[in-house]
Design a binder for this molecule. Structure first.
Ligand code: GDP
Ligand code: GDP
Length: 453
């Protein structure tokens, strides 16, 4: 594919800064007309800033790289994106939710001359729930008289209100100092709590789950009582692989053969589901020596539904001849195209062949599952992509992508903000490019689209 790469100026024109490191994000939130965009322009230090009195003025950019006292950060002008969409402001509370998803710190702007309105209160409720640090901006305090009104805002319980005149610059230095004081060094990542990572070994009966488990556990046989009908809590096992401890969930379910051979499909599928629930990554065992079956595909679907990371293990490799190997390649292409991003390990639980390759595959899948793309980098990537490959025109209309953020990890979930519906094929295209650029090997990637019109 010949992707025409844009230079920095093009990106700038599109409203996307350079790909920056994981800078923290400051979102400027407030109801319409309190002066958000004026404030943003003030912070960016642009003299020629155009802010018009007419609501619905189209502003082209929403996402800026800003600097104060030697510290860089992303500044998000929610006023800007609110009005980008054909002049129709979308629900204020929703806007706040989005800003908060993006932000490390929220600047909550109110008009000190007007005081607190019900819309302000509505917004504040959302902001409070987010538990992000909030800096209260009392705007339009153009002179000393206004400071009295600003002081009344202590009532909100957000701490000190910062009286500011975005228009004239008054007080903006103190405000930025206060923002920097609560701004993290880096953008928000997820708190990573790494105990041993949790693996579910799943697959249809007789693919070799318990054999593989025994192989990995070093042939240690675990005797499990097999009182048919006895319900028990799932049992997990800790196994050290590649110098690290891993938790294999519900190994009792794997080792209890009576229940598996009783033909209780329903039971097996419940068991698989509950194992997936408790795991972070799934190893789906598939019998390499037999055609890929609908049952295999069903189990893979269950993994996809669960949102867990995925590794495919083709077992009984010792039984394969040349012909079957070719046939298998063909089947994989035909039936497993939708999980082509999953690492594949060809192994034999019986001989131990390539069992050690499971660990790097698991690590890679989990790394992808945990991955967070900083908002700045994501938007730089999307800016380039969308400029080279805009959404197709439909009925004279063109959906435009405004920007995106990664809302979650484990698995990575992205939210794209667009002016209209994004076709399935186009989403797939974005997902493919996202995977290529950021390496999501072994992890599902979820892309949601929020439409503003
Ligand atoms: P937004 O909708 O929150 O982005 O608000 P704007 O930045 O577009 O500002 C709305 C109006 O308030 C514009 O007419 C601005 O000129 C005006 N405004 C913004 N900040 C100040 C300020 O500090 N003092 C005064 N007097 N007017 C302001
Ligand atoms: P489970 O039902 O998924 O736990 O499968 P088992 O581990 O009980 O294995 C089912 C059968 O396949 C047993 O007879 C195993 O000895 C055999 N088996 C498991 N792994 C391999 C393998 O890699 N190669 C060969 N040839 N046989 C295997």
């Amino acid at each position: 594919d010949d992707l025409a790469l844009l230079d920095a100026d093009d990106l700038e024109d599109l409203g996307y800064g350079d790909p920056a490191p994981n800078l923290p994000v400051v979102a400027v939130v407030g109801r319409p007309n309190v002066g958000k965009s004026t404030l943003v322009n003030r912070i960016l230090g642009r003299r020629e800033a155009v802010v018009e009195d007419v609501p619905g003025v189209t502003r082209d950019r929403v996402f800026y790289e800003a600097e104060w006292a030697g510290k860089d950060f992303w500044l998000v002008d929610t006023g800007g994106w609110e009005e980008k969409v054909d002049g129709i402001a979308y629900r204020v509370a929703e806007q706040a939710e989005v800003a908060v998803e993006l932000a490390d710190v929220v600047m909550f702007v109110v008009d000190a001359n007007v005081g607190i309105t019900t819309t302000d209160e509505q917004l504040l409720k959302v902001l409070r729930r987010s538990q992000r640090p909030i800096v209260l901006v009392a705007n339009k305090v153009d002179d000393q008289r206004g400071e009295l009104e600003a002081a009344a805002l202590w009532n909100l319980g957000l701490g000190e209100p910062f009286p500011v005149s975005a228009l004239h610059g008054r007080g903006s230095g103190d405000l930025l100092d206060a923002v920097l004081a609560v701004l993290p060094e880096e953008g928000r990542g997820d708190a990573v709590d790494h105990g041993p990572r949790r693996i579910a070994l799943v697959g249809r009966p007789n693919v070799g789950k318990s054999s593989l488990l025994n192989r990995l556990a070093g042939e240690r046989r675990v005797v499990v009582d097999d009182l048919a009908g006895t319900t028990r809590d799932p049992v997990d096992e800790k196994i050290t692989l590649g110098g690290k401890e891993w938790t294999f969930v519900d190994t009792a379910g794997i080792r209890r053969r009576v229940l598996q051979s009783s033909g209780a499909d329903y039971y097996a599928s419940l068991r698989t589901r509950s194992a997936l629930d408790r795991a972070e990554v799934a190893v789906v065992l598939i019998e390499a020596n037999e055609p890929i079956s609908t049952q295999d595909l069903k189990i893979i679907d269950m993994v996809l539904e669960s949102g867990r990371a995925l590794v495919l293990a083709f077992n009984k490799w010792d039984l394969l001849d040349e012909e079957r190997r070719h046939q298998l390649e063909f089947e994989i292409e035909k039936d497993l195209g939708h999980v082509s991003w999953a690492p594949r390990v060809n192994l034999s639980a019986k001989t131990g062949r390539h069992a050690e390759k499971l660990v790097p595959a698991l690590e890679q899948a989990l790394e992808s599952w945990d991955q967070r793309i900083p908002t700045g980098r994501l938007n730089a990537f999307l800016g380039t992509l969308v400029a080279a490959h805009p959404h197709p025109l439909r009925g004279g209309k063109q959906s435009r992508i405004l920007f995106a953020t990664q809302a979650r990890t484990r698995p990575p979930r992205f939210v794209i903000f667009a002016t209209g519906f994004l076709e399935h094929g186009y989403r797939r295209f974005i997902e493919r490019r996202l995977r290529e650029d950021f390496e999501f090997t072994g992890s599902p990637v979820v892309i949601g689209v929020r439409i503003r019109e």
